[in-house]
Design a protein around this ligand. Structure first.
Ligand code: BES
Ligand code: ZN
Length: 585
C-alpha cells in the first residue's frame, strides 16, 4: 500500500535506509552524471518502487553483481515516474546509474551573470517538498529517513557544499572530488548541495557562513548573533542534534527565505538588509533543527506539524533574543498575513486548504503552499500553551520531540500523544475545530503589546516627517494601511520615508504592494527591477498578484514574466505561471 499521497513508496517493500551517492557536476549540459547505491533494511526479494522525476536510468545492479530488472513507468504530473525494480533473492543493496534531466525540478543551474561574482557558474538544489526524486532515485517520503555518503566531482575552480559533514577534497587536474557523510538519518527532502565560487567566515564555535566572496563579509556581520540563537534553541528544546549550524547565502534566485537543510541552512541574500532585521528567518530555520529535521510530518497533509511548530519556536526565540514586544509585533504581522490568506483561499474556493489537516491527493504541495500551516498551526499550539501554562507546555514540547525523535508524525499521532501528555486539553481547546475546521476558531489567541498598540495608534494618516520606526514596525504599519490610497498620499509617503529605495526587502515589498493596489504608477520601474533581481517567492507572488489584480497592469505582469522567468528557479517559475494562468486575460 502507498503510505504518502506524494510518493510511490509502498509499505510492502523493503526500506531504503542509506545512500552512497557519487555525482559529477556537468555545467556544460546542466546534468549530473551519477550513481546511487541504496542499502536496504534487510535482505529482500521482489518489487521495490522508487520515486524519480526526469531521471535517465542506464543500469541497475545489486550487491551481488547481478543486473536488476527495472521498468521506468510513464511520468505522472505531480509524482513523477515510478521506477519499479524487481530484486533477486537476498538483495541487500542496489546501485542505480543515471543522469538527471537538464530541467530537474530540484536544481537551478545559474549562468555566471546570475551570480554576484559574474565569473563562475553556480548550481544549487532545493528538494522540499518532493523534488529530491529529480536528483536521486529514492523513497521520497519523510517516512523513509536515510543516512548517506556523497562524493561530488566539481570544476576545480569551484567549491561544493552539502548539508552534511565535510570529509575532504582531492584535486585531480581541472576537477576536484569532494566527500561528505551524513550520519544522522534525514528525510529525503533535506538532501541538499550547492556548487559555486564560495568562501566562508567563522561565526562561532559551531557555525560559519558561506557565500560568494563579495557577499561573505556582509553576511558575517548580518548573522553574527547565531551563537545566541543556538543557545536559545537549546534552552527551549534540548541539545542540538546536528553538530554544526552553518549558513549558506544563496544567489538572488533562491526561491525561499530560508531552507533548513541540516548542518547547512540555505538563505536568500535578501536577508542581508544591513540592519540585522531579518535574523528571525535564521531563528526559524534553526528551530527546524528540532521541529522538522528531528521530528517531521509523515506527509504533506500534516505539514502544519512541521511549520506550525517551527513558527511557534521562531516566535519563542524572537522573544528570548529581542524581547516580548518585538515578538508581539512579529506575531501581529503573521496574523495579518494569515487573515488575508484565509480570506483569499476561502474566496477562491480552496477552503480545504485552510484546515490544519489537509487532503492533498492530486494536489502539488508547492501549489498548496501557504502560511496557513505556519500561522494557524502556531496559534493552535499557543491555544494549548495558554490553556496549560508555559511551564507545562514546554515540558510537553520536549517530551513530544523526545518521543518522535528522528521520526515522522501524523496529525492523529500528535493528537494521541497530546491526549496522553495533557489529558483533557484537546477538548478544552476544541482541537477538532482547529484541525479539521476551516478558517480560524473565533476564540483563537490574539496578541497584545505596547509597541504593537503604538503602531496601530498611528492610524492611517501620513506619519510626520522624522517618524522613526524599526523595519518590523514599518512593515506592520504599511500592511495595515487601507487600500487604495490616493496618488498624493503615496507620493508624500515615499518622499518622506524613501520606501522605494529601502534596503530592507520586507519594507520595500510591503510598500510596493500598497502602491500597486493604489494604482500608483511611479513605482512600476522598481517593481520590474525587483521582479528581475529577486527570485524569492514570498516577494514574487504578491507582486505579480498585485499587478494582476488591476487590469491596467496585467500586461506588464505577463511581459515581465516572459522576460524574466528564465532566471527564476523551476519551482518559482511554476508557481508564478500558475497565478498568471488563473488570472483573467
Ligand atoms: N522549509 C521552509 C521552506 C519551504 C517550505 C521550502 C515548503 C519548500 C516547501 C522554510 O523553513 C521556511 O518556512 N522559510 C520561510 C521563512 C520563515 C521565516 C517563515 C520562507 O522561505 O519565507
Ligand atoms: Zn519553515
Amino acid at each position: 500500500m502507498r503510505i504518502d499521497p506524494h510518493s510511490y513508496t509502498d509499505d510492502r517493500h523493503a526500506h531504503v535506509t542509506s545512500l552512497a551517492w557519487e555525482a559529477r557536476v556537468d555545467f556544460a549540459t546542466s546534468t549530473l552524471h551519477a550513481t546511487a547505491t541504496l542499502r536496504l533494511d534487510a535482505p529482500s526479494a521482489g518489487p521495490l518502487d522508487l520515486d524519480t522525476r526526469g531521471l535517465d536510468v542506464s543500469a541497475v545492479t545489486d550487491d551481488q553483481g547481478r543486473a536488476v530488472d527495472f521498468v521506468m513507468h510513464p511520468a505522472e504530473a505531480i509524482l513523477g515516474s515510478r521506477l519499479a525494480l524487481t530484486l533477486g533473492e537476498g538483495t541487500c543493496a542496489v546501485t542505480v546509474a543515471y543522469r538527471t534531466a537538464a530541467d530537474a525540478s530540484a536544481l537551478q543551474w545559474l549562468d555566471p551573470a546570475q551570480t554576484a561574482g559574474a565569473v563562475h557558474p553556480y548550481l544549487f538544489s532545493q528538494c522540499q517538498a518532493i523534488h529530491a526524486r529529480s536528483v536521486v532515485p529514492l523513497q521520497d517520503t519523510p517516512q523513509r529517513r536515510i543516512t548517506f555518503t556523497a562524493a561530488l566531482t566539481v570544476p576545480a575552480a569551484l567549491r561544493g557544499l552539502m548539508a552534511a559533514a565535510f570529509e575532504g577534497r582531492d584535486e585531480r587536474g581541472d576537477a576536484a572530488v569532494e566527500r561528505w557523510t551524513m550520519p544522522q538519518p534525514i528525510a529525503p527532502y533535506l538532501f541538499a548541495f550547492a556548487v559555486g565560487q564560495l568562501e566562508a567566515r567563522e561565526l562561532g564555535a559551531r557555525s560559519r557562513v558561506w557565500a560568494e566572496p563579495s557577499v561573505v563579509d556582509g553576511a558575517a556581520w548580518e548573522f553574527a548573533e547565531v551563537d545566541g540563537m543556538l543557545a536559545a534553541g537549546e534552552s527551549l528544546f534540548g541539545p542540538y542534534a546536528w553538530d554544526r549550524f552553518d549558513i549558506l547565502v544563496m544567489p538572488p534566485s533562491f526561491p525561499y527565505g530560508g531552507m533548513e537543510n541540516p548542518r547547512l541552512t540555505f538563505v536568500t541574500p535578501t536577508l542581508l538588509a544591513g540592519d540585522r532585521s531579518q535574523v528571525r528567518v535564521i531563528a526559524h530555520e534553526l528551530a527546524h533543527a528540532w521541529s522538522g529535521n528531528l521530528v517531521t510530518n509523515a506527509h504533506a497533509g500534516h505539514f502544519w506539524l512541521n511549520e506550525g511548530w517551527t513558527r511557534y519556536a521562531e516566535l519563542r526565540m524572537v522573544e528570548v533574543l529581542e524581547g516580548p514586544d518585538t515578538a508581539a509585533l512579529v506575531a501581529a504581522i503573521c496574523r495579518k498575513d494569515l487573515d488575508e490568506t484565509l480570506a483569499r483561499l476561502i474566496d477562491e474556493g480552496h477552503g480545504g486548504l485552510t484546515r490544519l489537516r489537509t487532503h492533498l491527493e492530486g494536489i502539488d504541495p508547492d501549489e498548496a503552499f501557504s502560511v496557513v500551516p505556519y500561522d494557524k498551526g502556531q496559534l493552535f499550539l499557543r491555544a494549548i500553551e495558554d490553556a496549560v501554562g508555559r511551564e507545562r507546555f514546554d515540558a510537553f514540547a520536549k517530551a513530544y520531540l523526545d518521543t518522535f525523535r528522528f521520526g515522522a508524525v501524523t496529525t492523529d499521532g500528535f493528537l494521541a500523544f497530546t491526549e496522553r501528555a495533557l489529558p483533557g486539553i484537546l477538548a478544552r481547546v476544541d482541537a477538532p475545530r482547529w484541525v479539521d475546521g476551516e478558517g480560524l476558531p473565533p476564540d483563537a489567541p490574539t496578541t497584545r503589546a505596547a509597541r504593537l498598540d503604538a503602531v496601530i495608534a498611528m492610524g492611517d494618516a501620513l506619519p510626520p516627517a522624522g517618524t522613526a520606526l524599526s523595519a518590523t514596525e514599518w512593515n506592520l504599519w504599511l500592511e495595515r494601511l487601507p487600500r487604495p490610497q490616493t496618488a498624493d498620499y503615496c507620493a508624500a509617503l515615499d518622499e518622506r520615508f524613501g520606501f522605494t529605495r529601502s534596503g530592507n526587502m520586507e519594507v520595500k515589498v510591503a510598500w510596493l504592494r500598497l502602491a500597486l493596489a493604489s494604482g500608483y504608477g511611479p513605482v512600476l520601474p522598481e517593481v520590474e527591477r525587483v521582479l528581475g533581481a529577486v527570485g524569492r517567492m514570498k516577494y514574487l507572488v504578491p507582486l505579480y498578484s498585485a499587478l494582476l489584480a488591476r487590469p491596467e497592469t496585467r500586461d506588464l505582469a505577463r511581459a515581465t514574466f516572459a522576460r524574466r522567468s528564465a532566471g527564476y528557479h523551476p519551482i518559482a517559475r511554476a508557481v508564478v505561471r500558475g497565478r498568471l494562468d488563473r488570472s483573467p486575460a
